[in-house]
Write a protein that binds this ligand. Structure first.
Ligand code: ADP
Ligand code: MG
Length: 292
């Protein structure tokens, strides 16, 4: 394409909230054959809400107060959902934690009012030697509804289940149907558990899922598809997504996301609307076919 046609193309993109960082990205986007969408904040709104607190050992409000105290120190959106949910229920944090550690992709540990707390994934419970003896039917039911279930242990005993729900963006389903109709292979990637991921994927019509992927391994998954000869777009919004955005043939960041993600991407969707992906591909195709 000529410099003029590239300029026209990037200008037209900008008018509709699709920012190409350079002409080379506009020239490449039409070649994409696979798209990997981050779940939280990309397919979903990224504003999780506390929906269930199930006390297994102790009194619900007391457990929520302990859990909230531990999560207050975390910067994770799931932590924010718990803290907000507790405030809405009029439950203040139990005490200021005397120790705190974030376990990336797994949860948090903290000491609150002399008690040792661990809140997070089943894997975190395994690592801490917390036995999960209760029947997990409830967990499976919540996960099948697309909720993220966190396990909370007090002094190494499983004490509560905490469920949080995030809703899908209104435009996600249409955007994914459009990409699939264009012949692209659409994937969803997440650190969340497989059952929750499958439920969300079903809501928006995604067939291929990469679940329980640690933040450090997202880029590896991009490379895996590329090594199969696919031309891959990674679409994400989080700090965690930055290496994967950089590893992709075309990194697409949500304009609503973290600065680090926007910096790592080649294209920014200013409106955080996934329909911008198909629009970017069409724009690229038009630019490259008009002027050869
Ligand atoms: P995502 O891809 O959804 O952003 P992460 O990789 O950050 O997920 O986290 C994976 C899982 O680890 C979450 O689904 C949750 O179960 C658990 N987790 C992460 N951070 C926290 C936290 N602050 N409190 C409780 N659980 C957490
Ligand atoms: Mg995200």
């Amino acid at each position: 394409a000529t410099p003029t046609s590239i300029m026209v193309g990037t200008g037209r993109g900008a008018e509709t909230g699709i920012l190409f960082k350079g002409g080379e990205h506009l020239e490449k986007t039409y070649k994409l054959t696979a798209v990997i969408l981050d779940k939280t904040g990309t397919v979903t709104k990224g504003q999780p809400e506390l929906t269930d607190l199930i006390a297994l050992d102790g009194q619900a409000d007391e457990l929520l107060a302990l859990i909230t105290a531990a999560e207050k120190a975390s910067e994770h959106p799931l932590a924010a959902a718990i803290v907000r949910g507790a405030a809405d229920r009029g439950v203040p944090p139990a005490a200021e934690p005397t120790a705190f550690a974030a376990v990336v992709g797994a949860g948090v540990t903290a000491t609150v009012a002399g008690k040792n707390l661990a809140v997070g994934t089943r894997r975190l419970m395994d690592e801490k030697g917390v036995a999960i003896a209760t029947s997990l039917d409830k967990v499976e039911q919540l996960e099948s509804e697309g909720k993220t279930v966190m396990f909370a242990a007090v002094d190494d005993r499983l004490a509560a289940l905490v469920a949080v729900a995030d809703t899908v963006k209104e435009s996600s389903r249409e955007a994914i149907a459009d990409l699939t109709a264009m012949g692209l292979e659409v994937w969803m990637i997440t650190g969340d558990n497989r059952r929750t991921a499958e439920a969300i994927a079903r809501q928006v019509g995604i067939e291929h899922i990469m679940a329980e992927v640690l933040p450090a391994n997202k880029a590896e998954q991009v490379e895996r598809l590329r090594s199969q000869g696919k031309i891959v777009a990674m679409v994400g919004d989080g700090i965690n997504d930055a290496p994967a955005l950089a590893a992709a043939d075309v990194g697409i960041a949500m304009g609503t996301g973290a600065d680090v993600a926007i910096e790592a991407g080649d294209v920014t969707l200013m409106r955080g609307d996934l329909r911008g992906i198909a629009a970017a591909i069409r724009l690229s195709r038009a630019t490259m076919t008009n002027i050869k």
